[in-house]
Design a protein around this ligand. Structure first.
Ligand code: FAD
Length: 446
């Protein structure tokens, strides 16, 4: 296509789509509502050091991000994370077992699993191997599936911490097919939940499940923006799309902003979910009429901390909090300088970066933050020398019931030719899904 393409939204999804459309020969205009590009891939400065405040790694799964990183000339910057994750239980803090899917163990009797759920819990979990699986129908919700087959300790101590901190959803009610699309089929084939996990893991590539970039994942945004400049993409900041009107007769669209109208042959809508649904009111009125998902609001607190005992990485790359751990408010802690040596190299000896994740926008007091960091790291006291907070609003979490209803409606209500919808609310949380989805969306219309 060699006409004009408009991309709405300048997060990674929009940047990838704009780059692809330009490579395919379109004249591209990218509209971004805010004054910065990158969306939920962003950086900030704490104690004089620049670090990621949003996404800090990418899943290796599917290979889309790695391929993009190579294309952008960042291949040499790819790094593996150091250390494994831990889980903070009500009675102890222990390493999370390796080799599971969403925290579900493939080998329930393994030593590292027993450390978390104890011998009795492990024997209960092993019963999964002995009980026949559904041959007709599918397991609907994750909580009943895991509890029913492996017992409550696997659900509460392994699965809920992973699912709730990584995906921000309730492990009890999230549909199995939404969070692990291949799991039901694998259970039927393998004959138990744990055998299904082993089967899914055996098809995963060897090595780290996630990787990062030396200097931070936000370098991806810099490199994408540089490419857009090279390819002549016109980037308009502070340009909020408020309408996408299909031409009444014939192909093409008018994209409306408060300042001007932009005529487009094709449009890729890469805004976050609520904005995306609003903008579909002309092109897909039935979809736009659906109830809006409740926004998921979270806060990252990035701390610079002085404590030489942290050099020993007492909690590996970080800690996920289990529900039963009631003395801690943060849902997860990342020991940034343990996980990413490039970050440690920027700091004087004994100084570390720690990132805490909180649900909701409310600002936790300094004493709360210090207590959470100390409890999760098992070190008291720890001196906080600087702090940087960022509030994130995910207006349509991909696993929310309303978002899934919008997906189903989009599947049966074809969009006008030349309009594609992408971004994390449409293709799934995380850069692996966003990059692959945005590239596919641009190819479909370009
Ligand atoms: C704290 C945090 C940590 C994370 N960690 C990881 C991680 O380690 N690994 C990982 O893979 N993923 C991680 N993620 C998820 C990942 O960051 C997102 O899935 C991804 O960045 C979403 O990209 P996107 O382009 O779909 O949306 P966004 O980044 O939200 O971009 C959407 C853009 O559209 C713009 N926009 C909205 N409405 C309009 C409009 N009407 N007109 C014009 N522009 C508009 C917005 O301003 C925004 O810039 C994390 C997210 C957060 C918040």
């Amino acid at each position: 296509m060699s006409g004009t393409a408009v991309v709405v939204g300048g997060g990674v999804g929009g940047l990838v789509a704009a780059r692809r459309l330009a490579l395919q020969g379109s004249r591209v205009v990218l509209l971004e509502r805010s004054d910065v590009l990158g969306g939920r891939v962003a950086r900030g400065t704490v104690a004089g050091v620049v670090a990621d405040t949003g996404a800090e790694s990418f899943a290796v799964r599917g290979g889309a991000v790695r391929a993009l990183v190579e294309e952008l000339g960042l291949g040499d910057a790819v790094v593996d994370p150091r250390g494994g994750a831990w889980v903070a239980l009500e009675d102890r803090t222990v390493p999370l077992p390796s080799g599971g899917v969403l925290g579900i163990p493939g080998s329930p009797l393994a030593e590292d699993v027993r450390r978390v759920i104890d011998g009795r819990g492990a024997v209960r979990a092993y019963a999964d191997r002995l009980v026949p699986v559904l041959k007709v129908g599918r397991y609907e919700r994750l909580g009943p599936l895991v509890r029913g087959r492996m017992g409550p300790r696997v659900l509460e101590r392994l699965v809920a911490p992973v699912v709730e901190s990584v995906y921000g959803v309730d492990a009890e009610t999230v549909p199995v097919d939404a969070i692990a699309p291949r799991l039901n089929a694998a259970i039927t084939l393998a004959g138990s939940l744990s055998a299904a996990v082993l089967q899914l893991r055996s098809t995963a590539p060897a090595g780290s499940a996630v990787q990062g970039l030396a200097g931070g994942v936000a370098r991806l945004v810099d490199a994408l923006v540089a490419d857009l400049g090279r390819f002549g993409v016109e980037v308009r900041l502070g340009a909020e799309a408020i309408g996408i009107h299909p031409q009444p007769s014939g192909p093409g669209f008018t994209v409306v902003t408060p300042r001007e109208d932009v005529e487009a042959d094709v449009v890729v809508l890469a805004a976050d979910g609520a904005a995306g649904l609003d903008l579909l009111r002309d092109a897909a009125p039935d979809v736009a009429r659906l109830p809006r998902p409740r926004p998921a609001v979270s806060r990252s607190v990035l701390l610079a901390v002085d404590d030489p005992r942290l050099d020993a990485m007492p909690r590996g790359s970080g800690v996920l909090r289990a529900r039963g751990r009631t003395d801690v408010t943060a849902t997860a802690l990342t020991h940034v300088t343990a996980k990413w040596p490039w970050a440690a190299d920027q700091l004087p000896a004994g100084r570390h970066l720690i990132r805490l994740a909180y649900r909701g926008a409310e600002e936790p007091a300094e004493t709360r933050v210090a207590a959470d960091a100390a409890a999760l790291l098992g070190l008291v006291p720890t001196t906080i020398v600087d702090r940087l907070d960022t509030v994130w609003v995910d207006t349509a979490p991909p696993l929310a019931a309303e978002t899934r209803a919008a997906h189903e409606a989009l599947a049966v209500a074809p969009l006008p030719a030349g309009l594609a919808v992408t971004g994390s609310w449409r293709t799934g949380t995380g850069l692996a899904s966003v990059v692959a989805g945005a590239d596919a969306a641009a190819r479909a219309v370009g």
